[in-house]
Design a protein around this ligand. Structure first.
Ligand code: HEM
Length: 408
């Protein structure tokens, strides 16, 4: 526990209003207490853009040890009974530090290349248009169910070489794991569901890997298997953990970004009309959505030593929440930060993290979102929102639960 405690009222933190719109709370933190201890999450909330960037980059804040620390609040029996999920999470690169993280990242980067992502472009165009073909034109429908929930799972299946017939399993497994990781405190029920998800996913992947070893196909998983066989340091357990991580790291995040994008653009009609008229702005628009309303709102670390952040002393072992969603609205970094402006001169964001754990899937997420927005605007210039947008209650992931639309 920290020795110097800077305080702020948390009455409006993690409430239904907060989940609907966290930005007023973030604005207050940024102006009154940029680095502050939170009783509610039992950790530090860090909001300034520079401090978030530096913290995520710095070896003084570890990504490893977070799973063990979160799981330590569970009954020891629950941890033992659900060992599969905890072992799998510990094997993922997100939850490891150098040198293991560096080793895994180097191996994966050999197969997860810019060229491979670029080569997905026409597949993504086809998947997007197939989904758009199914949008009803005579009644309202939910964008999340009919599009943004489906597309990322299809893209990752295609990338890895997993048949579409397993899509509902992939979604179920991803959901089980995300629910355990994104809840404020791990519960025994969440641990059990995530454990079942990991056992089922691992069994399936074991057999798929054996099949691809016999009959390699042109996909990411086949390439990763070759790398695993060539490099004695990449274990089968790590390969399976990596593939499972790709499911859940890429699903909800991209689903949320597409949902948040349409929500903003249709609320600020002039931005949507601009996109309809000029689709060359899609890249800039996607960057501004990432800054303005990112689907990932925080990343956590554990302080490896006593360290001062923005004038506040954080003690070794303290849990730190780097609030990406707040950093992206820091008035010291952005002029009029609460204004959505895809033409801003000071464009930028920390939405995919920073430093050694920078999002591996950022080029893919950007590509999917850009292709989706361009095709939607092209085919549905009269698209409009119907009703209010509802959000879930996770601090980590911000995405609409549903987004009702009419095409004309
Ligand atoms: C809008 C979509 C996405 C957002 C906002 C996002 C955000 C992030 C962030 C903030 C991190 C840094 C985590 C940290 O610092 O601890 C991260 C890491 C990661 N992301 Fe993403 N992500 C997205 C999509 C994807 C996709 C599509 C994939 C894969 C297909 C992916 C795979 C990963 C992986 C493997 C890591 C861990 C990298 C490491 O630890 O070295 N992400 N992501």
């Amino acid at each position: 526990m920290a020795s110097i405690v800077s305080r702020i009222s948390e009455d409006d933190f993690l409430t239904p209003d907060f989940f609907h719109n966290p930005y007023p709370f973030y604005e207050r933190l940024l102006s009154e207490s940029p680095v502050v201890w939170s009783q509610k999450v039992n950790g530090w909330l860090v909001t300034p853009f520079d401090s978030v960037q530096q913290g995520l980059q710095s070896m003084d804040f570890g990504a490893g040890g977070r799973i063990a620390q979160a799981a330590s609040l569970l009954d020891p029996d629950v941890r033992v009974q659900n060992r599969a999920v905890f072992d799998c999470l510990e094997a993922m690169m997100s939850f490891r530090d150098a040198p293991d993280h560096t080793r895994l990242r180097r191996l994966v980067s050999k197969a997860f290349t810019a060229r491979r992502i670029g080569s997905m472009k026409s597949d993504i165009e086809t998947l997007v248009n197939d989904l758009l073909d199914q949008w009803p034109t005579d009644r309202q429908f939910d964008l999340i169910q009919m599009f943004s929930f489906k597309l990322p799972a299809m893209v990752i299946s295609k990338l890895l070489g997993i048949p579409f017939s397993r899509l509902s399993d992939l979604n179920r497994w991803a959901e089980g794991i995300v629910n355990l990781l994104s809840a404020g405190v791990m519960t025994p029920e969440a641990a059990r569901s995530a454990n079942e998800a990991v056992i089922e996913a691992s069994e399936y992947l074991e057999s798929l890997i054996k099949e691809k070893e016999q009959h390699p196909t042109h996909d990411l998983l086949s390439d990763l298997i070759v790398i695993e066989n060539e490099d004695g340091s990449f274990s089968r357990e790590e390969l399976i953990a990596l593939v499972i991580q790709l499911f859940f790291a890429g699903f909800e995040t991209t689903e949320g970004l597409i949902g948040n994008a349409l929500n903003i653009l249709l609320q600020q009609r002039e931005s949507y009309s601009e996109l309809v008229d000029d689709q060359t702005i899609t890249e800039k628009l996607t960057e501004e959505v990432l800054r303005f309303d990112n689907s990932i709102q925080r990343q956590t670390r554990i302080a490896r030593k006593n360290i001062e952040v923005n004038g506040v002393e954080i003690i070794q072992g303290d849990y730190v929440f780097f609030l990406i969603g707040a950093a992206n609205r820091d008035p010291r970094r952005f002029t009029t930060p609460n204004h959505f402006n895809s033409h801003r001169k000071d464009a930028g964001n920390v939405s995919f993290g920073h430093g050694p754990h920078f999002c591996l899937g950022a080029p893919l997420a950007r590509l999917e979102t850009q292709i989706a927005l361009r095709n939607i605007a092209n085919r549905f210039p009269e698209l409009r929102l119907v009703g209010d947008t509802q959000y879930g209650n996770l601090l980590a992931v911000r995405k609409p639960k549903s987004l009702m639309l009419l095409t004309q």
